[in-house]
Write a protein that binds this ligand. Structure first.
Ligand code: CP
Ligand code: NVA
Length: 308
């Protein structure tokens, strides 16, 4: 059977949006946030259902998508491979065909990027990447909204990524391209981000290996855990290698005085970030977490409208 005959919009990486769409989406997210704060009812999607497949743990992604869908008048279903046929070997293509005949959108958190791509290729409804080993695009929508709400347009600003060249780093690189900012990446040798994306974004993204150099003059400093989900057995080894890459008050002192600190959470104080930084005045981590709700409501609105 041909892949995705309806060719609806999916959100598998940030590059599934144009620059203009990404900017509109974060502006819309702030509008939806204001509507909610004013207690205004906005339920454009009664009877619509989002299926959420989680092959990895989650607090923020699960709660924000489920709450967001309810606030929009719809409903969300939590599907764990442990309790569905997905965990018993039913082909991903068959699961995509079946689910997309029943629900209006599907969110997937899994390991391989290829899994969300295969699912989307056989889905007749929009598919959203809720994190893979390659990228975490939903988080960057919330992060870009958060930057905009605190400091205005990020265009032309300098951002430092300090730590692992992981899925969050990948999405920051795509964001650098879409939102037009400069990204300096400080990671240990051997933990550099995806080489192909680095080559494709070389006019905006650069690996420097030194946290102080990356942070110099930065308007935003961001980090993430040293061992991501699925890398738990590497934790001890990584703790030694990554120790010089902790975001400390000294690292923040290299940045611009008005610099913000971001972390997608969950965080490990005393590992990738000092408690004084994540709990300090430059940190906007709770706004980032809250904005997952608003940014994803804007994303759901965009995708559900594009599919109807
Ligand atoms: N930042 C983030 O995606 O958090 P969860 O793993 O709790 O969903
Ligand atoms: N890099 C982390 C992000 C968690 C939201 C992970 O993949 O576990």
């Amino acid at each position: 059977m041909a892949a995705n005959p309806t060719a609806c919009r999916h959100f598998l990486t940030l590059f599934d949006l144009t620059s203009a769409e990404a900017r509109q989406l974060i502006a819309r997210a702030s509008e939806l946030k204001q509507l909610l704060r004013r207690g205004q009812d906005y339920r454009p999607f009664p009877q619509r259902t989002l299926a959420m497949i989680f092959e990895k743990a989650s607090t923020r992604t699960r709660v924000s998508f489920e709450t967001g869908m309810v606030q929009l008048g719809g409903h969300a279903l939590f599907l764990s491979p442990r309790d569905t046929q997905l965990g018993r070997g039913e082909p991903i293509e068959d699961s995509a065909r079946v689910l997309s005949r029943m629900v209006d959108a599907v969110m997937i958190r899994t390991f391989e990027q290829e899994t969300v791509e295969r699912f989307a290729a056989h889905s007749s409804v929009p598919v959203i990447n809720g994190l893979t080993d390659r990228c975490h695009p939903c988080q960057l929508l919330a992060d870009m909204q958060t930057y905009h709400e605190h400091r205005g347009d990020i265009r032309g600003k300098r951002v430092a990524w300090i730590g692992d060249g992981n899925n969050m780093c990948y999405s920051f690189m795509e964001a650098a391209q879409l939102f037009d900012f400069e990204l300096q990446i400080a990671c240990p040798v051997g933990f550099e981000p995806d080489a192909a994306l680095l080559a494709a974004t070389s006019d905006r993204c650069r690996v420097v290996h030194d946290p102080a150099v990356a942070a110099a003059g930065a308007h935003l400093v961001a980090t993430d855990v040293w061992a991501s989900m699925g890398q738990e057995e590497e934790q001890a080894h990584r703790e030694t290698l990554f120790a010089p890459f902790q975001v400390t008050a000294e690292v923040m002192a290299q940045a611009a005085p008005e610099a913000l600190f971001m972390h997608c959470l969950p965080a490990h104080r005393g590992e990738e970030v000092a408690a004084a930084v994540i709990d300090g005045p430059q940190s906007v981590v709770w706004d980032e977490a809250e904005n997952r709700l608003h940014a994803q409501k804007a994303l759901l609105e965009f995708l559900l409208r594009s599919a109807s």
